[in-house]
Design a protein. Structure first.
Length: 257
């Protein structure tokens, strides 16, 4: 079983799972609207300055991503929390640009690695992983509400450390591996796709319900737990596929012994 565990965390399918987790936290760029009013009120910016900051968040490899995300958003949090002197507008633009654009390095590192590992299914790989990027803003929002309620200052810090922590923890697993074409490769990716569609459907429903009702932090915790379950459900697909591969190898070894 030790060999099986090692095969699971060093296999190609685990790279796909790890990449999906990285991509699911790579959408902080799309969340500026959730904390922009806080930045505006505390730092006393006008609408023109806020629009400039918004453009900075949109315009400007995994390890570099984690460092830049942490640096950029922590500086924004320090400014909004008034723990440092009020930064000049160009400094805020730089902080937001560094934090927001750090996500591009995570996207590139995860996408390019998976495409190289599964060249025959590159279209499906790109579609699934980009789908997680689209959902990432909603995913982070659910987790943020569960941990911090509705504190917008906490959101800024949250989107600073969470993507950085995920990227850093999975850094060693994102690597290019020897390509071994599997007969059921496309079917496995369909399983990943079905799970991601289930996640998207749940997020759509829960967001609509949250707009109609007032949720307590405990209820947000329940929705976040479902989100986490659906995020980690692809790991079951990884274990299943690696177990099949491990079993075939064991049978081949037994036949030669």
């Amino acid at each position: 079983m030790k060999n099986l565990s090692l095969q699971i965390i060093t296999g190609r399918w685990f790279v796909v799972f790890a990449s999906s987790l990285i991509m699911s936290a790579a959408g902080a760029t799309y969340m500026f609207g959730l904390y922009s009013n806080t930045v505006k009120s505390i730092l006393r910016y006008n609408r023109t300055t806020l629009n400039l900051l918004d453009h900075a968040s949109m315009g400007c490899a995994v390890n570099r991503s984690s460092h830049e995300s942490l640096l950029g958003y922590i500086m924004i949090w320090l400014a909004v929390s008034q723990k440092i002197a009020k930064p000049k507008v160009w400094q805020m633009c730089m902080y937001i640009c560094v934090g927001a654009n750090s996500q591009a390095f995570a996207n590139t590192g995860a996408l390019v690695t998976c495409v190289n590992n599964f060249p025959e299914s590159r279209g499906v790989v790109l579609g699934i992983l980009k789908g997680y990027v689209v959902l990432s803003g909603a995913i982070i929002t659910q987790l943020y509400h569960a941990f911090h309620g509705t504190d917008p200052k906490a959101l800024i810090l949250f989107i600073g450390w969470l993507p950085a922590a995920i990227s850093f923890s999975l850094l060693r697993t994102i690597r290019i591996m020897k390509v071994i074409r599997e007969e059921n490769e496309l079917k496995v990716f369909y399983n990943f796709l079905y799970i991601s569609l289930g996640l998207a459907g749940f997020l759509m429903v829960i967001i609509i319900v949250e707009k109609q009702l007032t949720f307590s932090q405990g209820e947000y915790g329940g929705s976040a737990a479902v989100v986490l379950l659906l995020l980690f459900l692809p790991l079951a697909v990884v274990v299943q596929e690696e177990f099949k591969s491990w079993k075939i190898k064991q049978q081949a070894l037994d036949a030669h012994s």
